[in-house]
Write a protein that binds this ligand. Structure first.
Ligand code: HAM
Length: 440
């Protein structure tokens, strides 16, 4: 580029596969996050925040053979020559934090975080996506699997979603998986010429992933493949049965999906996925997770079983659109202050607005000396319930005019009474207005 010439126009657009989230759409995000945070708190989970990037080794534990690590990671070297990667998934950083800080188990945490994967961007598949997730470390009780799955299931249900299914599987453990992998490998070798090139190359390194291949020829082969559920050792079998019984006990419908292997390598025993019928099949997973009982040890920590899930916010919102639930909230304000006087009333308008806000009402005003008509229109657009008009005649009487934007009725209220007057109408039952108490 020659100096002085303009950069290409698309430099000033969000990069491919990323999105800006603006109001009013962001109102849905806020509602979603608040619902998840409330639910997580009710289940006894605390918020955890980890850095957006980690030493690359943290993510290599996710599985050298996975697309997420092999092809999609945003890796870079910082100015100090460290190899780092933007977080492609949320579990490994939380396990790293658990090992680093050694909190008392069970450690139950939830997160909201952006995740970065260099994917072929399309609807429902982005290069930066956001997950709401939980992780629990230090317990291998199957009742905990039930808690974690039901936390996710209840969250999706409470949003109003109904066209989704919960699939569960068990991937076994160190006892039973190696034998199964051998059986699977020899079956797949015998059918190698029917498999796609990708599956043929995975056959030796990671045969479980072949079960996940969507190419019809591979699906046909794997449908007849030996199933891990038939090879589970007694402990894994007991664990899986307890998870199913627990889900039945609390009425969480689920289907057993013997070919559900998930795209990350750290899973052991229980795995699960919520698939929406309202989404395109290649991107129909609203969320998924499972146990990773060996991950902490593989990362140099003490033996600490773990389980969690991640739910993709963007996909949940697409599913909500398709099912007609969780609309963007309509704009709403309790009050809008309209200035019909101008500079002489500037201090009065500023003080009134501050008083409304500091006593807990949502309130706004227009700036820039606009006409009363324009200010009233703005009040309407902002969804104001009441307009508080500061007019010259009213000011001289120590009053303001208050218009009910629903009934259109307008009354005069003493200036020193107006805040209480509004509170009485907007939150009847609260008779004492005090500055908002954050501990309340
Ligand atoms: P994951 O299945 O890779 O699992 O991702 C979880 C969810 O994030 C997916 O079900 C999907 O909704 C969403 N998601 C993933 N990639 C994208 C993308 N490129 N664009 C849009 N949404 C996407 C994990 O990441 C595990 N850490 C989950 C977990 C937690 N397992 C145990 N604990």
């Amino acid at each position: 580029m020659q100096s002085g010439s303009a950069p290409p126009a698309d430099v000033y657009r969000a990069p491919v596969g990323t999105h800006d989230v603006l109001p009013p759409e962001s109102g849905r995000w806020a509602a979603l996050v608040a619902a998840f945070a409330g639910r997580a708190a009710r289940f006894g989970y605390g918020l955890v925040m980890t850095p957006a990037y980690e030493h690359i080794e943290v993510f290599q534990r996710v599985g050298e053979g996975t697309d997420v690590v092999r092809k999609e990671m945003y890796e870079f070297e910082d100015k100090g020559g460290r190899r780092l990667a933007l977080r492609p998934e949320g579990t490994a950083p939380v396990v790293r934090a658990y090992i680093q800080h050694r909190p008392t188990p069970p450690w139950k945490v939830w997160y909201l975080s952006p995740h970065f994967r260099h994917e072929k961007a399309q609807r429902g598949r982005y290069r930066q996506h956001h997950q709401l997730g939980v992780e629990v470390l230090g317990v291998d009780d199957p009742a905990l699997d039930v808690e974690v799955i039901s936390l996710a299931h209840g969250f999706l249900t409470a949003l109003g979603l109904s066209r989704f299914r919960l699939a569960i599987n068990s991937l076994g453990d160190d006892q039973c998986r190696p034998g199964y992998l051998e059986a699977l490998r020899s079956y797949l070798r015998a059918h190698a010429d029917e498999l796609c090139a990708d599956s043929r190359s995975r056959l030796e390194t990671n045969p479980l992933r072949v079960l996940d291949c969507k190419v019809p020829a591979c699906v046909a082969v794997t449908e007849r493949a030996p199933q891990l559920l038939e090879h589970l050792c007694a402990d894994c079998k007991t664990h899986f049965e307890a998870v199913q019984a627990g889900l039945d006990a609390i009425g969480v419908p689920h289907e057993i999906a013997p070919r559900l292997v998930r795209g990350l390598d750290y899973y052991t025993r229980t795995t699960f996925e919520f698939a929406s019928e309202a989404l395109e099949s290649a991107q129909n997973a609203l969320g998924g997770g499972g146990r990773y009982d060996k991950l902490a040890e593989e990362m140099g920590g003490p033996p600490s079983p773990g389980i969690g899930f991640g739910i993709g916010i963007e996909r949940v919102l697409i599913a909500c659109d398709a099912e007609g639930v969780l609309p963007a909230p309509a704009p709403h304000l309790d009050a809008y202050v309209v200035d019909a006087v101008g500079p002489e009333a500037a201090a009065e308008v500023t003080a009134l607005l501050a008083e409304l806000r500091e006593t807990g009402l949502s309130a706004d005003r227009a700036y820039g000396g606009r006409s009363v008509r324009a200010q009233t229109k703005a009040a309407d657009r902002a969804g104001a319930r009441y307009v508080v008009l500061v007019g010259r005649a009213e000011m001289e009487k120590g009053a303001v005019a208050v218009r009910d934007m629903v009934s259109g009725e307008q009354v005069e209220v003493a200036r020193n009474r107006v805040v209480t007057w509004l509170h009485e109408r907007l939150d009847p039952g609260i008779d004492d207005i005090a500055p908002e108490d954050p501990g309340r």
